[in-house]
Write a protein that binds this ligand. Structure first.
Ligand code: DGL
Length: 302
């Protein structure tokens, strides 16, 4: 019994190549506010999506070892590129510690939501090349006629890491800080330009999918919710965007509940942030994405 209590208080370890995994952190914080979290963003080596399978597995193992040294009870691979290749290798080394990725939750959800069974998937080059979504959707789809069209969008992650995202993120964040538009007028004009350029890039990537009449689009990269509005504008209102962050959070809850490992503390959980480079940039861009002030970010080497 005593042992279970100690496990309950341990943290959930979450990693991504950069800020993308914060979209998953946000949902876990909403659903499980008492849980402690240790987040690692491998910002020195972002993007993962342009790297080979071997390199991505190597990075994932290193990230996991770091999190294990921080006393975690579970590992969440909040990165589609890493989830595409490293869940099985990680399961082998973790044994008693559960590990989940973001592919299964997203694939399951799109199978439930699609009505026409014509599905689009966007992600990094590594994720699309792995066919991880295709395989998982085929596993869960009830229709034998399901059609899946995939497109790699390698420019999105570097842009989002630079802070180019839907302008609503900065607007809401600065409102929370009680800043008025005039206080960041010059910067605001740049944000508007960023959104225009993002729309241009997205139109080029998504033009193929628009011709296929998809009814749902899987955001197969945890960075992409940062540009959800731009993507929705480009594909049109009728297409349902599937973001696996919420479903991943539900899966975390299910696993912890089943193991009786949920943190039963009345206090809000704590969160520690670690990055492998540029902590200040992570603090700023991450705060926009999370809509919360990220204060302490420690730079570490793996
Ligand atoms: N957010 C990650 C993903 O879901 C990583 C993208 C990258 O580093 O290329 O794939």
């Amino acid at each position: 019994m005593k042992n279970i209590k100690i496990i309950n208080k341990k943290s959930i370890g979450i990693f991504d190549s950069g800020i993308g995994g914060l979209t998953v952190v946000k949902e876990i914080m909403n659903l499980l506010p008492n849980e402690n979290i240790v987040y690692l963003g491998d910002t020195a080596r972002v993007p993962y999506g342009t790297k080979s399978k071997e390199t991505i597995i190597k990075y994932s193992l290193e990230n996991t070892k770091f999190l294990l040294n921080h006393n975690v009870k579970m590992i969440v691979v909040a990165c589609n590129s890493a989830s595409s290749y490293s869940i099985e290798p990680l399961k082998k080394i973790l044994k008693k510690i559960p590990v989940i990725g973001v592919i299964e939750p997203g694939a399951k959800t799109v199978c439930e939501k699609t009505k026409t069974n014509i599905i689009g998937v966007i992600g990094t080059t590594a994720t699309i090349k792995s066919n991880s979504y295709k395989k998982t959707i085929l596993k869960y789809s009830k229709s034998k006629k399901v059609k899946i069209y995939s497109v790699a969008c390698p420019l999105f992650v570097p842009l989002i890491e630079e802070g180019w995202m839907d302008k609503i993120y900065q607007e809401k964040y600065y409102q929370k800080l009680r800043l008025k538009r005039v206080d960041y007028e010059n910067y605001y004009n740049r944000i508007i330009n960023h959104e225009k350029i993002l729309k241009y890039v997205a139109s080029e990537y998504l033009s193929v999918l628009k011709q296929k009449n998809i009814d749902s689009l899987v955001l197969g990269c945890t960075h992409y919710p940062a540009i959800k509005k731009v993507l929705q504008d480009v594909v049109g209102k009728k297409v349902v965007l599937i973001d696996s962050a919420k479903e991943t959070a539900k899966k975390v809850y299910e696993i912890l509940k089943l193991k009786n490992w949920l943190n039963d503390s009345f206090k809000s959980g704590s969160i520690e942030y670690y990055v492998t480079d540029y902590p200040d940039k992570f603090k700023l861009v991450g705060s926009w994405l999370l809509q919360k002030n990220i204060k302490n970010v420690k730079k570490i080497s793996l």
